[in-house]
Design a protein around this ligand. Structure first.
Ligand code: AR6
Length: 183
């Protein structure tokens, strides 16, 4: 499994699945969730209305509708201030883990994530990036999945730098690691 960090708009991702930093209603919102609903078109909301919401840290999949990506995986991240920091860490890990599991079950080879919870939900950026680096590494070590590449699509330079630094610190690209960093 390769990981990469890019700057850009996740709605433009051309691959099998993008992940949406949703809320528990799955009925849209601001931030990346709003952008994804606008780009995918109104059929996405109609489909989401049939899903019965989603718990924090869990994930549900829909078609990508008007997006280039085949699927959208919706996962509500933790609101950092509404639980203990340890509980928030665990929920954030669950978001990535459960989204990757769902991607794998749907035979996705390329998956893009936004920086879940670090916007409106106020999860501290460096702390989130370290959790993501650890989770991707653990996932790759315990799964021989068909997922070939995971892309973190960052919307601003500060977010981009934080994920680059965290991935290097976790030595995701070291020789022999199950996770390589694409440059
Ligand atoms: N592409 C990639 N990243 C983006 C994009 C985009 N088009 N737009 C924003 N981001 P946020 P959260 C970045 O607030 O913190 C919604 O209302 C953004 O700069 O979208 O998980 C939901 O419905 C930030 O780095 O998600 C929930 O109620 C990151 O995406 C709530 O917000 C996440 O920011 C979820 O809050």
């Amino acid at each position: 499994m390769k990981v990469s960090v890019t700057l850009g708009d996740i709605t433009k991702f051309e691959g099998d699945a993008i992940v949406n930093a949703a809320n528990c209603t799955l009925l849209g919102g601001g931030g990346v969730d709003g952008a994804i609903h606008r780009a995918a078109g109104p059929k996405l909301l109609l489909h989401c209305m049939t899903l019965g919401g989603c718990r924090t840290g869990e994930a549900k999949i829909t078609p990508g509708f008007k997006l280039a990506a085949k699927y959208i995986i919706h996962t509500p991240g933790p609101r950092y201030t509404s639980m203990t920091p340890d509980a928030a860490d665990e929920k954030l890990r669950d978001c990535y883990w459960n989204s990757l599991t769902l991607a794998e079950q749907n035979e996705c080879r390329t998956v893009a994530f936004p920086s879940i919870s670090t916007g409106i939900y106020r999860f501290p950026l460096e702390r989130a990036a370290a959790i993501v680096a650890r989770t991707l590494s653990e996932y790759a070590q315990t799964h021989d999945s068909g997922i070939e590449e995971v892309t973190m699509v960052c919307f601003d330079q500060t977010t981009y730098e934080a994920y680059r630094a965290a991935f290097e610190k976790e030595e995701l690209g070291r020789p022999g690691a199950r996770v390589g960093i694409s440059r």
